[in-house]
Design a protein around this ligand. Structure first.
Ligand code: FAD
Length: 347
């Protein structure tokens, strides 16, 4: 997951998995739809499993007739010995405990070594295990923009494992003081691929250019000011290592929210986000966020076609011609969002 479109796509996939579980008549297939595997327990993986766990245990249970969403299995695979690798051990322990309380199965020292459409193979301390799961989410790192590799080829340097190009201490490319590179596409002083280095490098490069234009060639190397790290663990809980202190739980969540809102562009966005979050804190059943769009439903239906009978044998109260929610979706107006099928009325 990298872009906003990726995030929307993923949200639809997760919601559709619950829909498919509702439609499944075979218990094995239903269990597979209700199994979610997230690979990588960095901040992205932790935030994802927390949200899936809350969705399954708190938000969705009232919405389905035949499936019990609290039976969902949510697994977090991590190759290292702790969740949130770069964080303080106290925050790591808190996060692990909190996620386990939320029903997440955490497998440490466990690598995902293979994957197909319906399973993940995990290799852990007890050997290899094939986990049957229709939803598998890679949260173990993203590749840098292909532009980094192109630039590296042109200046004759190697990119690192994440496809990032090395830069000089003043963010210029080797042998090219006129070319700057910053942010996620560069490797500099082992800085993490998060927003703060990118923002600070941007400001620094602006100053370097201004200094050079003023005729001064004495330029200090880039220095990173670490403002801390933080991650949410679902709704109303987070860990934060900021201002030299460590925070957990709701206090951590408020600090996380404050910092993320402060860095948004414009007061309109800040106020809008605060309003949405405040509503989400008290009304976790906001249906607007659970819309599944037509394209996703259609794609899923094509990937996993259901039998023409509607998924089960004909019975007097369930005739063979009954069409599933996803079947219906393929005939609806493409511009309309597709709502969940067979939900309990009144929600
Ligand atoms: C799921 C996820 C969650 C994250 N959560 C956090 C978080 O909570 N806190 C945090 O600090 N960081 C977080 N990050 C990291 C953060 O998003 C990045 O570190 C930050 O966006 C890097 O900024 P950037 O400008 O270098 O790159 P980007 O924000 O990726 O911007 C690069 C832009 O350049 C464009 N581009 C690429 N190649 C070209 C080209 N050849 N020509 C023209 N345009 C091009 C891209 O389309 C993109 O719009 C998260 C990242 C992910 C993936």
């Amino acid at each position: 997951m990298k872009t906003v479109e990726d995030a929307r796509h993923l949200r639809d996939r997760i919601l559709l998995a619950f829909e498919m579980a509702e439609l499944a008549t075979d218990p094995q297939e239903r269990a597979e739809w209700l199994t979610f595997v997230v690979i990588g327990a960095g901040p992205t993986g932790v935030e994802l499993v927390g949200q899936v766990a809350e969705l399954a245990h708190t938000v969705l249970p009232q919405d389905y007739r035949s499936v019990n969403t609290t039976e969902a299995r949510i697994l977090l695979l991590e190759g290292a010995g702790a969740v949130l690798g770069p964080f303080d051990p106290k925050l790591q322990r808190y996060t692990q405990r909190r996620l386990e309380q939320m029903g997440v199965e955490i497998r440490l020292h466990t690598l995902a070594v293979d994957m197909d459409d319906e399973s993940v193979t995990a290799e852990g301390p007890d050997g290899e295990e094939v986990i049957r799961a229709r939803t598998r989410i890679w949260a173990a790192g993203v590749q840098a923009s292909p532009l980094a590799a192109q630039l590296a080829g042109q200046v004759g340097v190697e990119t690192d494992r994440a496809g990032r190009i090395p830069v000089n201490p003043d963010c210029t490319l080797a042998g090219h003081p006129e070319v700057f590179a910053i942010g996620d596409m560069v490797s500099l002083n082992n800085l993490p691929g998060v927003a703060q280095p990118a923002m600070q490098e941007g400001r620094y490069v602006g100053k370097v250019i201004k200094t050079r234009l003023a005729g001064d060639q004495q330029i200090e190397p880039f220095r990173y000011f670490d403002k801390g790290s933080m991650a949410t663990i679902g709704h109303r809980s987070a860990v934060a290592d900021a201002f030299g202190f460590r925070f957990t739980g709701f206090v951590g969540y408020v600090i996380w929210a404050f910092i993320h809102v402060a860095y948004l562009i414009g007061w309109g966005n800040r106020l809008g986000t605060l309003y949405t979050w405040a509503r989400a804190l008290w009304f976790s059943h906001n249906r607007g966020h659970r819309i599944i769009t037509f394209e996703q439903a259609h794609e899923q239906a094509l990937d996993h076609p259901r039998p023409p009978s509607g998924g089960g044998p004909a019975t007097p109260d369930r005739p063979r011609a009954e069409s599933s929610h996803l079947d219906t979706a393929t005939h609806t107006d493409r511009s309309q969002p597709v709502g969940p099928g067979r939900r309990k009325p009144g929600r």
